[in-house]
Design a protein around this ligand. Structure first.
Ligand code: ASP
Length: 331
């Protein structure tokens, strides 16, 4: 094909396009008029327009999950899923849905987030969380914050009420308290379950009726971590990522997940592959290549969901765009 003709058919000539699948709309805006990246060609569905489809996938962490905790893990993920799904059914935003799901999981001492957070090597609780608005390329995050009940809501407040994306340590904790999040006693965060750390990080990805995708992740981090250690969870593109086409939330060893930019890698794969399970497996293969450990959930804008892990188990619950619901601890 002649160069000029090829540029014309690839949409690479820099002129404004009206194609609704134009990936320059990845973040719901036509302001970014870039040439179409070839990697997205023809592989995704329309970005614009209202859809009646809603979908939600939740994880309760990839890790060991001993047999005697499977039923509770499933029930906990289902409770969060069902509450968040009800919000979506009532027209709530994907952001509100993932925040609500994670608030419920942060209150469940079975999970390593909020109340069930693992203590660090100094016996203190330091928590990380992120919330991502895929339709606006926005996120808010907190790292190593203490003495709050719902780190995910503090992350949301960082996104909504500050010019910043990530607040860490004392500053993040102080911001939370100044914003009216009550001081939550650290002892309350220590539970019988967090003393035997088999459970894991929590995350959610949702699609709302406006076609927007949001992703969120919250964690107490790895057990016995050094004070001040921050994992993948609050890092954009590592612990969570979303755009106009897909979203993902990761779990596992943060040091490994950061090295492969797990959530971004999986969302990129999901943008060119209609099967989000395959995109999730792609992320796990990247982890395998560096002998890393973890798992991921993924959702695409047409309501398909997928997940994968290379850990002994991972707790998952979802309702996809067809209304198919499931929950299990994948072992
Ligand atoms: N990714 C989290 C971290 O490294 C832990 C987990 O997912 O279990 O902080």
């Amino acid at each position: 094909m002649q160069r000029a003709a090829r540029e014309e058919s690839d949409g690479q000539n820099g002129t404004e396009r009206t194609d609704p699948t134009d990936p320059s709309d990845l973040h719901g805006s036509r302001v970014l008029r870039r040439p179409r990246p070839l990697c997205y060609d023809g592989a995704h569905i329309a970005v614009k327009g209202v859809t009646t489809m809603i979908a939600l996938i939740i994880h309760g962490g990839a890790g060991k999950w001993p047999e005697n905790k499977h039923a509770r893990a499933k029930a906990g993920c289902e409770a969060a899923r069902d509450a968040a799904y009800r919000l979506l059914q009532n027209g709530a935003s994907a952001l509100d849905a993932v925040e609500e799901a994670l608030r419920i999981l942060e209150d469940d001492p079975l999970f390593n987030a909020g109340t069930g957070s693992h203590p660090n090597a100094a016996g203190e609780i330091e928590m990380d969380a992120i919330i991502v608005d895929g339709s606006g390329c926005r996120f808010g995050a907190v790292a190593a914050i203490q003495k709050v009940q719902h780190p995910i809501s503090v992350a949301r407040r960082v996104m909504d009420a500050t010019p910043h994306c990530l607040l860490a340590g004392c500053g993040g904790t102080q911001f939370a308290h100044e914003q009216g999040f009550p001081e939550y006693r650290t002892e309350l965060l220590r539970t019988a379950d967090s003393a035997s750390p088999s459970q894991d990080t929590v995350g959610a990805v949702a699609l709302d009726s406006q076609g927007r995708i949001a992703a969120a992740t919250s964690t107490g981090g790895t057990a016995n971590k050094l004070p001040g250690r921050v994992g993948d969870s609050p890092i954009f593109g590592c612990g969570a990522y979303a755009n106009g086409l897909a979203g993902a939330s990761a779990t596992g060893v943060g040091e490994d997940l950061m090295r492969v930019m797990m959530a971004r890698s999986v969302v990129d794969a999901a943008c060119v592959d209609p099967d989000p399970s395959r995109a999730a497996r792609h992320g796990v293969r990247l982890l395998d290549e560096i002998h890393g450990t973890g798992g991921i959930i993924c959702l695409r804008r047409e309501g398909a969901v997928g997940f994968a892990c290379n850990t002994p188990a991972m707790a998952v619950a979802f309702i996809d765009g067809q209304g198919t619901r499931a929950s299990f601890v994948k072992a």
